[in-house]
Design a protein around this ligand. Structure first.
Ligand SMILES: [Zn+2]
Length: 249
């Protein structure tokens, strides 16, 4: 596929294309496939071309997208959720194309549910969930898709209070199956945060968030979007007791 052809592909086409790809298989089906690789490569051209790059397909700047997330969390905390975009009309509205305004890398913990915690609905958030919210290859590829192809303008790594995965990395010891692979990815954060004042686990959780943010930023798709002012990558911490999300500097 020539570059000229790529340049002529509209974002709308890519969106439809992306929706089709996602609709036909599980994550494992499209990650690493030629189809996705082509989508990502197309999107890189879209991101880098032109003097005045368009903003996210959601129409929000990175700051606006972050503010929208935090406002939704505030509604959740104050028990004033409005449950937007959750009716059947929304199902049909986004059936042929998606333009989530935010991408999130969250823990798989059953108590941390981004759509509820940020009071959003169908088609609003592109969420990758994995224990310990670690940015491994498939997760980075997924978020590249959410940002580079679907146009999310904020990417948040969401760690949380009393995270079992980080706790396991902190305590060490034998773990069944391949759980050890999670510990391996989190261990550097445990080591880096050693000696910090305050709660040992909380420090490791927040350090892990920072480390995964840094890992995501090594992606050229994500770095390009940041350089074009189309994306902001932030770390955040979810308080299990209050449901409140705070940013991790
Ligand atoms: Zn967790």
């Amino acid at each position: 596929m020539g570059q000229e052809f790529n340049r002529n592909l509209s974002r709308r086409t890519l969106l439809k294309f992306g929706a089709g790809v996602i609709g036909t298989g599980a994550l494992t089906g499209w990650i690493g496939s030629k189809v996705l690789a082509q989508s990502i490569s197309n999107s890189e051209i879209l991101i880098t071309e032109g003097d005045h790059p368009e903003h996210s397909t959601s129409g929000l700047t990175p700051d606006q997208a972050l503010a929208k997330l935090m406002a939704g969390n505030q509604r959740f905390v104050e028990q004033k959720r409005v449950n937007p975009n959750q009716d059947f009309m929304r199902v049909t509205e986004v059936a042929t194309g998606q333009a989530p305004f935010a991408a999130i890398l969250s823990c798989a913990d059953s108590r941390v549910v981004p759509e509820i915690a940020f009071d959003q609905g169908i088609g609003d958030l592109f969420v990758v969930r994995v224990a310990g919210n670690i940015a491994m290859l498939e997760g980075i590829g997924s978020e590249e898709y959410g940002v580079g192809v679907l146009g999310a303008s904020v990417l948040m790594v969401l760690g949380h209070e009393r995270c079992g995965a980080v706790d396991a990395a902190l305590k060490g010891g034998e773990l069944p199956g391949v759980i050890e692979s999670l510990v391996y990815a989190i261990k550097p954060a445990v080591d880096t945060s050693e000696g910090q004042s305050g709660d040992r686990l909380t420090n490791a959780i927040k350090e892990n968030v920072r480390m995964q943010v840094a890992r995501l930023k090594t992606s050229s798709v994500i770095a390009n979007a940041i350089a074009q002012d189309k994306l902001k990558v932030v770390g955040a911490y979810y308080d299990l007791d209050s449901g409140e999300v705070s940013l991790v500097d």
